[in-house]
Write a protein that binds this ligand. Structure first.
Ligand SMILES: CC(C)(COP(=O)(O)OP(=O)(O)OC[C@H]1O[C@@H](n2cnc3c(N)ncnc32)[C@H](O)[C@@H]1OP(=O)(O)O)[C@@H](O)C(=O)NCCC(=O)NCCS
Length: 349
């Protein structure tokens, strides 16, 4: 399991800048110890050449996802492979597909699963990806296409330069929400731990019909986020309140590159990518009855203004489905442009 979880060090270890996996977390997941595994059946697979791992993947039946969407789809997470091992990786993917078929699945997806999997890069291969994302090698596309997969969805990552004119437009967004009786606050002001539970509730409701998502529980989210209470996450994450009810939430992070990324010694990151100057909005949701009232913009505006006060010069707006027009428009109105692109693969059996 350790060899499996450490494999990304072989794939990305020579890069100037990359985000290493949380090895213990991945071991807990494949060992069935993580709370999320109550909803999963997992089968980790490796392909070896001359005794060494050449590729890896974990086939997953996500009962909660399938119940929610009334679908029989399996997920292939943790996919990684070494250069020159396309054939072996393809054979491994076929083996993973056969396992999913044996479990009664009718399709496989790779590149998106709530809390489990993120999509494959189609550009920016060399640079440090946004927090949580991987700038996966370009030949992964060949692996999936040779293994019979097609592109199911496209996604983008946005970047917003926190410059004078952009920052100047934010107070009006907060005022517009206030005119609708909506107040925005940081998680710290509200009370961090209660805000974590509110985030779970808002996300479950706002993302109920969001492609690829499945319901989550307070019990699994608390241990994931509670440890961040003492970080700037509490000051950058926001909620919206109307009539005493929480009607929207934003989860946002500071620039974690100094603490969590692996950087070649002496490397100075492009300030747009990290090095203390890139915060990121990871998730935004507004309850349906409250949409169209500037709740989205007000919550993000408060978050991004706080980032700017803390010397962050860029804000990421991470991972928007190409057909999620309300979210794309939100990113653009906040001053964002697309700075990275990704895809999710699918194979119907
Ligand atoms: C994304 C979200 C937070 C946006 O908040 P919102 O309050 O709905 O925002 P708005 O209703 O003001 O919509 C944002 C913009 O998209 C536009 N829009 C909405 N639906 C649209 C559509 N189908 N096509 C094109 N534009 C659309 C709106 O007109 C608005 O633009 P405008 O201000 O220029 O008129 C909210 O829709 C939501 O919670 N969605 C579900 C969760 C989600 O997708 N989160 C983002 C994940 S990346």
């Amino acid at each position: 399991m350790t060899e499996f979880a450490m494999f990304p060090f072989q794939v990305y270890g020579e890069r100037d800048a990359w985000w290493p996996p949380d090895v213990q977390n991945e071991i807990d997941l494949i060992a069935g110890r993580a709370p999320i595994t109550a909803y999963l059946e997992l089968m980790p697979l490796v392909a070896r050449r001359a005794g060494k791992i050449a590729a890896r993947v974990t086939a997953v039946v996500n009962f909660r996802y399938n119940r929610h969407w009334n679908e029989l789809i399996g997920q292939l997470i943790h996919f990684e492979a070494l250069p020159g091992q396309t054939e072996v990786a393809c054979a491994m993917l076929e083996e993973a597909v056969q396992w999913l078929r044996s479990k009664g699945m009718k399709a496989a997806r790779s590149g998106f699963a709530a809390f489990l999997d993120y999509p494959y890069a189609i550009d920016q291969y060399g640079s440090l990806p946004s927090f949580l994302l991987r700038n996966t090698p370009d030949f992964y596309h060949t692996c999936f296409k040779e293994a019979g997969f097609t592109t199911e969805k496209g996604m983008s990552d946005f970047t917003i330069p926190l410059t004078g004119p952009t920052l100047a437009s934010y107070p009006a967004m907060i005022r517009k929400a206030a005119d609708h009786g909506i107040q925005v606050k940081t998680w710290r002001e509200h009370g961090f731990l209660d805000a974590v539970d509110r985030w779970t509730d808002v996300t479950n409701s706002a993302f109920e019909r969001h492609w690829g998502w499945n319901p989550i529980t307070r019990e699994e989210v608390r241990p994931m986020l509670a440890g961040l209470a003492r970080t700037e996450v509490g000051d950058l994450s926001t909620i919206a309140i109307a009539g005493g009810e929480v009607v929207g939430s934003v989860f946002a992070v500071p620039d974690f590159s100094g603490r969590l990324a692996r950087l070649r010694q002496g490397l100075r990151l492009d300030p747009q990518r990290g090095g203390g100057t890139r915060g990121a909005l990871i998730n935004i949701g507004v309850l349906e009855p409250w949409r169209g009232k500037s709740v989205n913009l007000a919550m993000a505006a408060l978050s991004f203004s706080t980032m700017a006060q803390r010397r962050m010069k860029y804000a990421g707006y991470t991972l928007v489905l190409d057909d999620n027009y309300p979210s794309r428009r939100t990113a653009q109105k906040l001053g964002g442009t697309v700075t990275g692109n990704f895809v999710v693969y699918r194979r119907d059996f």
